[in-house]
Design a protein around this ligand. Structure first.
Ligand SMILES: [Ca+2]
Ligand SMILES: [Ca+2]
Length: 182
């Protein structure tokens, strides 16, 4: 039995926080086979990252997620790496569907819908500001200011997350993000 993420539950103030928290916590299995859905490795990552993301400063959680997503270890995210994470997230969500709360399910569904409607390639390009074909950590976090708080808490703070900038970047109405994270 896999316990639900306390980090996600404790941050129940906003859907965006849950989506982003789940996305970031989507874990990691360093060395997982390229673009292969490695269920057990993914589960291990979720268990390992849960306490870190719930209790430790956001950077620790981001570092764990980054080490999972950056499969080839070049300190940047390629489109293929992003695609692998998206596939594994969906697979994980489907496996755990019955254990997720209704808000977690709808948050994940909404997040995947947003990603798919933008298109992974476009999403990748929107964050790859210097157009070198890779997303650096600074590019990924361009609109977010991490601090000593755990990530789910930070993501719910409008002072730490530049929601208007994210809305501009994604080309979605700012009101949409406000609704996701009241
Ligand atoms: Ca990489
Ligand atoms: Ca780049």
């Amino acid at each position: 039995m896999v316990k639900r993420s306390s980090a996600l539950q404790r941050s129940s103030g906003g859907r965006l926080g849950r989506i982003l928290g789940a996305a970031v916590a989507l874990g990691a299995a360093p060395g997982a086979a390229w673009a292969v859905i490695d269920g057990p490795a993914f589960e291990r990552f979720m268990q390992a990252s849960r306490p870190v993301c719930a209790e430790q400063p956001a950077r620790a959680c981001v570092a764990l997620a980054w080490s999972f997503a950056d499969r080839d270890g070049d300190r940047a995210l390629s489109l293929a790496e992003l695609a692998a994470v998206r596939t594994e997230l969906e697979s994980w969500a489907l496996r755990h569907r019955d254990r997720l709360t209704a808000p977690e399910r709808s948050g994940l569904a909404l997040g995947l819908l947003l990603v798919d409607s933008l298109g992974l390639e476009r999403l990748h390009a929107l964050y790859d500001q210097d157009a070198d074909g890779l997303i650096s950590r600074n590019e990924l976090l361009a609109d977010v200011r991490l601090d000593e708080r755990p990530l789910p808490e930070t993501l719910l703070d409008p002072a730490a997350v530049d929601r208007p900038a994210i809305a501009r970047r994604l080309g979605v109405p700012p009101a949409l993000l406000e609704r996701l994270a009241p």
